[in-house]
Design a protein around this ligand. Structure first.
Ligand code: NAG
Ligand code: NAG
Ligand code: NAG
Ligand code: NAG
Ligand code: NAG
Length: 650
């Protein structure tokens, strides 16, 4: 038997060596000296270099060797960083990434007030120790160079080494209700990085005139409660232009904004719109502060360097993922009736309008935009869609729980490679979109969705999850093929919708086959499984309790007796027979083999050993059921069930 519950991907990718890139620190003007320290840095490809600035007002500007005090075309430039302290680095830093170390890199400070470059304030990376292009030779050239120049626009430029100018802002450091610094004076292209400290702060943009009130086009981090300092959680964005930006903390518990927890980017130093005047306005502003319901807006939230996935203006609601929580206002309430009543909302799946938007984003698309609605939908179709919705609800819950665990900070984080985690996120989103689609179809014809069941989710580890997902997904595909054929004649408009969904589920099943180290090409994934059998399979394995209400002909309200397969016999990699175990001693039952393309075959079950030979050509995932007689159609199985169904890998 080729089945392996282990995931090859998870095993082979754990323990890959991580490239050892180093971040080097270079101080610029420390101790009041006109000097870079170290003057020549030795670094290798992939390393990063962060320049830290001290008094007075320096720049890090790339030049050529031969023209030391003149910017290199397409070179990097930090722009000027005025700084007060000779011993404490300014919050503004400049970082480059060494993507090409085949040639030395030459750098100078472009300050003309005091002729820094000519006075030897130059720097190199990987300058040779000997020959005619040493750091000393560069310095000698600088001494006689004409007055320094800088890029004309004065703005930080990344150059070929992707230089980034960053300012670090502490939010609520040491329990104080303040931004540190609160008066940010930085040119456009600077990345502003807000670092969150306990308790539960936010960074929200307002206008000058209405402090403590958010506005839609502004930036917002959302509420970010963290427990530790440093927390590793940042909100960041790049300053787009020279206009002033005004911001505040929107925490209403303690009225942070009204207590002066506000700040500005590029506020004028004088006139009627200074930071001092904004602070005064905030202190006089009426409580409560407001915040946009979605976050983050404009910027991004990072947790220890990894961006929190953001969809539709909302970070992924956390579930065991660090201590970042979704804004509370985003998980409840919805103006959209088709979503407030969304089945599954009662359990752990997020709901609400932006949850819908979030899932559509990870799914890669939403519900159909154009429905070929018929005048009515038949009662059979309604019942079948209720069944579809229930099984989909199970899939969505299972996937969501797994995805939450696989995310950064989750208990299964790094058990699968990121591409697989993304795929599982996409399946989660697709599952929710499929539910929404079916739900919309039901309510369009004035039907209410039945309440969801309480599910048993096998989430002991990634393998039990993957195995369960594979089984439920195949059962759902089977049921959908059956449902599609059952409703094709009377309700044809639903068929393309359902078959499209089958397509996405089949793709997921293919990936699962691969993860379970099955050969995908020989693994049938589209098994026409009569809906009653699919439901019995779900009931037997994954349901804790369900409200009544499904009225499909032949649909059991409790599962048929369990059918187990305690052993299989494999010869030359081919499963030749399986042994069954089920209640009951009546002789001469048959085994139904239910396969792809609506394939159905029957075998005799050995009366004593309960061993059944596998029919020729049956491989991969198939469903089996013990039935009372041979030679039936798929639609007759439900009325002749003895035990099962179960799924086997041949
Ligand atoms: C810093 O130096 C630059 C270049 O000389 C100058 O344009 C800028 O005004 C200076 N900034 C401050 C705050 O002195
Ligand atoms: C953070 O603050 C917001 C706004 O007051 C509140 O809704 C949310 O529940 C808080 N979160 C935590 C974990 O305290
Ligand atoms: C970020 O990493 C630090 C150090 O490993 C850890 O203490 C902190 O909890 C992490 N932050 C989050 C939000 O997971
Ligand atoms: C069974 O499959 C394994 C792995 O694909 C292969 O190495 C082996 O040769 C196969 N054995 C036979 C008898 O085909
Ligand atoms: C099982 O027993 C029944 C009735 O006793 C008999 O007709 C049938 O041939 C037996 N089947 C097998 C596979 O032995």
């Amino acid at each position: 038997m080729r089945f392996s519950t282990g995931s090859l991907l998870s095993l082979s990718l754990a323990g890959l060596p991580v490239a050892q890139a180093i971040n080097h620190l270079v101080s610029v003007g420390k101790g009041g000296e006109l000097k870079f320290q170290p003057e020549n840095l030795v670094a290798k490809q992939g390393d990063t270099v962060t320049y830290e600035f001290y008094a007075k007002n320096h720049s890090v500007t790339q030049s050529s060797f031969s023209e030391p005090c003149k910017p290199l075309a397409n070179g990097f430039f930090s722009a000027f960083v005025p700084s007060q302290s000779q011993d404490t680095a300014a919050p503004t830093r400049f970082t480059i990434t060494l993507e090409d170390v085949s040639k030395p890199i030459w750098v100078y400070c472009g300050q003309t007030n005091g002729n820094h470059c000519q006075k030897g304030m130059v720097h190199s990376i990987n300058a040779p120790d000997t020959g005619d292009k040493t750091l000393q030779a560069f310095k000698d050239l600088a001494k006689d160079a004409p007055t320094s120049t800088s890029p004309a626009d004065g703005l930080p430029a990344p150059g070929a080494f992707r230089g980034v100018r960053t300012i670090d802002v502490e939010v609520g450091k040491d329990g104080k209700l303040e931004f540190q610094p609160n008066n940010i004076l930085e040119p456009p292209n600077t990345l502003v990085k807000f670092h969150f400290n306990p308790k539960n702060h936010s960074v929200v943009q307002s206008t000058f005139d209405t402090p403590c009130k958010s506005f839609q086009e502004g930036f917002s981090s959302g509420h970010i409660p963290v427990a530790n300092s440093p927390s590793g959680v940042t909100f960041q964005f790049t300053i787009p232009d020279r206009k002033p930006f005004w911001f505040y903390c929107a925490q209403t518990n303690g009225d942070h904004c009204q207590k002066g927890m506000v700040g500005a980017i590029n506020a004028p130093a004088e006139g009627d719109k200074t930071l001092e005047k904004y602070i005064a306005k905030a202190k006089a502003a009426s409580a409560p502060s407001t915040i946009e319901p979605f976050a983050p807006l404009v910027g991004e939230v990072f947790v220890n360097g990894t961006e929190r996935e953001k969809f539709g203006g909302n970070v992924l609601p956390s579930n065991g993922a660090g201590n970042v929580q979704p804004p509370a206002s985003t998980v409840a309430g919805s103006p959209d009736a088709t979503r407030t009543a969304f089945p599954g909302a009662s359990q752990t799946l997020p709901s609400g309008p932006d949850a819908g938007e979030y899932f559509e984003n990870i799914a890669g698309g939403g519900k159909p935009k154009h429905w070929g609605w018929a005048d009515k939908m038949t009662g059979d179709a309604v019942d079948f869609l209720q069944l579809h919705l229930r099984i989909e609800d199970l899939l969505a819950h299972l996937l969501w729980e797994a995805y939450s665990r696989l995310e950064v900070g989750g208990v299964w984080h790094e058990q699968y490679p990121p591409t697989i985690v993304d795929a599982i996120g996409a399946w989660t989103g697709q599952s929710v979109v499929h539910m929404a689609t079916t739900y919309t179809c039901l309510v369009h014809y004035n039907n209410k969705a039945l309440d969801s069941c309480k599910w048993k989710l096998p989430l002991d580890n990634v393998n039990t999850f993957l195995n369960a997902f594979n089984r439920i997904n195949l059962a759902q595909i089977g049921a959908m093929i059956d449902i599609s054929s059952s409703i094709a004649a009377a309700d044809p408009f639903i068929v393309p919708i359902l078959l499209t969904q089958v397509g996405s589920k089949s793709r997921a099943a293919g990936v699962v086959n691969m993860m379970q180290s099955h050969s995908a090409s020989i693994s049938p994934r589209e098994i026409a499984l009569p809906a009653p059998l699919a439901w019995s399979f779900i009931l037997a394995n994954y349901v804790e309790s369900c409200p009544q209400g499904l009225k499909i002909d032949g649909l059991p309200d409790k599962p048929w007796p369990v059918l187990n397969v305690p052993s299989t016999k494999v010869e030359n990699n081919v499963t030749v027979s399986i042994t069954l175990q089920y209640e009951g001693s009546q002789k001469d039952y048959k085994l139904a083999w239910i396969g792809p393309w609506g394939d159905l075959e029957f075998s005799d079950i050995d009366n004593d050993t309960k061993v059944v030979p596998v029919p020729k050509g049956w491989t991969g995932d198939v469903f089996i059921a013990v039935v009372k007689k041979k030679d039936m159609l798929l639609g007759e199985l439900a009325a002749n069930m003895v035990a099962g169904p179960n799924q086997v890998w041949l």
